[in-house]
Design a protein around this ligand. Structure first.
Ligand code: NOJ
Length: 545
């Protein structure tokens, strides 16, 4: 699995502090995670993406790093981390970590030094302005929680720039020393054995911020440079970037336009994410068809990473106002379910009313579309959210392992409350219950991911809409690669449908359902192919030797 392994990966995202606690202090830790690797292997996960693991004051769930060269002592030691990499490797699981280098915590010694004196060797590692910048109240990422992007620091006697919260001062990417340090951080973790990085906030990392200029220039070349560096240090390491930008700006994150993938390997497909949510809300495949049609072609080697839920809010900012209103109405009608005016802070299972058929449909769709699927911990058992928690914490509750106290997550006082009541309470939704039940959502995920393994064209091949006269609500798409062809039917409506697929019959060599929501009659000559309400079918058309 080393040749472009990321195209065939199943990525599982987790936060160590809410996953599994091995020592009863209430905080998840590395040893706890090591103890659950067999669970992840059985699920079919091939790559872990760990949310920030570094020491941090933890005011933004670890995205405020105070030491890039260590692990948070609450999680364990570097020794434990090396052991994690070893044990995961034994099970064929790679590990990538969050690389959060747009900013540091304001408690980071670099910033403490930088603010202390204009003569500090670290002064120029951050972005300062002697006077109040005109764009001080522009460009906020967390409206409502953030009031400005430039804050006056009385110790420094200057304004510092922070794209995110004010306790996250931006590093100055114009400074060659900062660039060198970022490489050193990458080198350190690659040397320990990670397989790459989920790069946080990439469009902001490359911003060469100028006070008063809300559209400061961006240095894309930094990404080429970093990619080259990373690749020389570890040939098969990947960069998976968060770059939630306008569609026409996406391609340059992959490469310089010369047709080569010389920058980021994988980008999260935010556009598809929002359109999937819209398609589910409207029971209409059109937004997904549009996404397939409009997404720019990627240079060879470039890959999308798909997701339905990540660790943040569902970001609907790239939808039109009408589209967004439809998604809000269906999935987040109450103000307490919404965030930053653009998103929803609920888990998928609660948005879909804990409807098992709908959930399967949604995840079947995500995993069968182009790109590498990313799954957030707990989604595989249908965990819910706790809206009593602030902001994005609503979906960051401890993993529900069993019906033991505190969901088997800890024997101590959990870092965040476990979900105890209602339909999503841990006594009803937990791993132990589901692993013994072949009909559970967890068992379904295991089956679905196994099927994905049998169909490499899904992740690596070309994914296109199949334009057949499909009934309302039904999406037909296909995946083609040198390995063969898969055909997919997804019925986004609750009404049963029959699709005429005779136009693709000629291509069918050994047609059969590889995965479906139920047993369907023989496919015959594809003239009348049924798919139940909220049903799906993964049909193998061809298999190349
Ligand atoms: C994006 C991350 O996904 C989010 O959780 C974090 O708050 C910001 N970047 C700041 O690092």
């Amino acid at each position: 699995m080393s040749d472009r392994w990321y195209k065939k990966a199943v990525v599982y995202c987790l936060d160590i502090d809410t996953f599994a606690d091995s020592n009863g202090d209430g905080v998840g830790d590395i040893r706890g995670l090591i103890g659950r690797l067999d669970y992840l292997a059985r699920l079919g996960v091939t790559c872990l993406w760990l949310n920030p693991i570094h020491p941090s004051p933890d005011r933004d769930d670890g995205y405020d790093v105070s030491d890039f060269y260590n692990v948070d002592p609450r999680f364990g030691t570097l020794g434990d981390f090396a052991e994690l990499l070893h044990q995961a490797g034994n099970l064929g699981i790679k590990v990538i970590i969050d690389l959060v280098v747009n900013h540091t915590s304001d408690k980071h010694p670099w910033f403490q030094s930088a603010r202390s004196s204009p003569d500090s060797p670290y002064r120029n590692w951050y972005v300062w302005s002697e006077t109040e910048p005109d764009d001080r109240r522009q460009g906020m990422v967390f409206p409502g929680e953030q009031r400005e992007t430039w804050t006056y620091d009385r110790t420094a006697k200057a304004w510092f720039y922070h794209r995110f919260y004010k306790f996250q001062p931006d590093l100055n990417i114009k400074n060659p020393e900062v660039r060198a340090e970022i490489k050193k951080i990458c080198a350190f973790w690659l040397q320990l054995g990670v397989s790459g990085f989920r790069m946080d906030a990439v469009p902001f990392i490359i911003e060469e911020t100028e006070p008063g200029n809300p559209n400061s220039p961006k240095d894309m070349e930094f990404l080429s440079d970093l990619r080259q560096f990373v690749q020389w240090r570890k040939g098969d390491a990947v960069l998976l970037a968060e770059a939630n930008v306008e569609p026409d700006q996406l391609v340059e994150f992959f490469g310089d336009g010369g047709g080569a993938n010389g920058r980021i390997h994988m980008l999260f497909d935010f556009m598809l994410n929002a359109r999937l949510m819209l398609a589910l809300a409207r029971a209409d495949p059109e937004p997904v068809i549009e996404a397939l049609r409009e997404t720019p072609a990627l240079p060879d080697g470039g890959q999308w990473a798909t997701f339905l839920r990540n660790h943040d809010e569902v970001d609907l900012s790239r939808l039109t106002a009408d589209q967004r209103a439809d998604v809000f109405a269906k999935f987040g009608p109450e103000p307490e379910m919404q965030l930053y005016g653009r998103g929803i802070r609920r888990r998928l299972a609660s948005m879909l009313g804990n409807d098992r058929r709908w959930l399967e449909l949604a995840y079947s769709l995500q995993f069968s579309l182009r790109g590498t699927p990313v799954l957030r911990y707990g989604e595989e058992i249908g965990m819910g959210d706790d809206l009593a928690l602030e902001g994005r914490d609503s979906i960051r509750t401890p993993m529900q392992w069993s019906a033991l106290p505190n969901a088997g997550f800890t024997t101590g006082d959990p870092v965040r409350p476990v979900i105890a009541d209602g339909d999503f309470g841990y006594e009803k939704v937990n791993v132990t219950l589901q692993r013994h039940d072949p009909g559970s959502l967890l068992s379904w995920f295991e089956r679905m991911i196994r099927t994905l393994r049998e169909a490499p064209e899904i992740g690596a091949g070309a994914c296109t809409h199949v334009d057949v006269p499909a009934p309302e609500g039904v999406l037909v798409h296909r995946a083609d690669d040198v390995t063969g062809t898969m055909l997919f039917l997804h019925n986004l409506c609750t009404k049963d449908a029959v699709v005429d697929l005779s136009s693709v019959y000629a291509e069918a060599e050994f047609p059969n359902d590889m995965l479906a929501d139920r047993e369907y009659p023989d496919l015959g000559k594809f003239a009348e192919v049924p798919v139940a309400g909220h049903g799906y079918r993964w049909i193998r058309l061809r298999r190349r030797p």
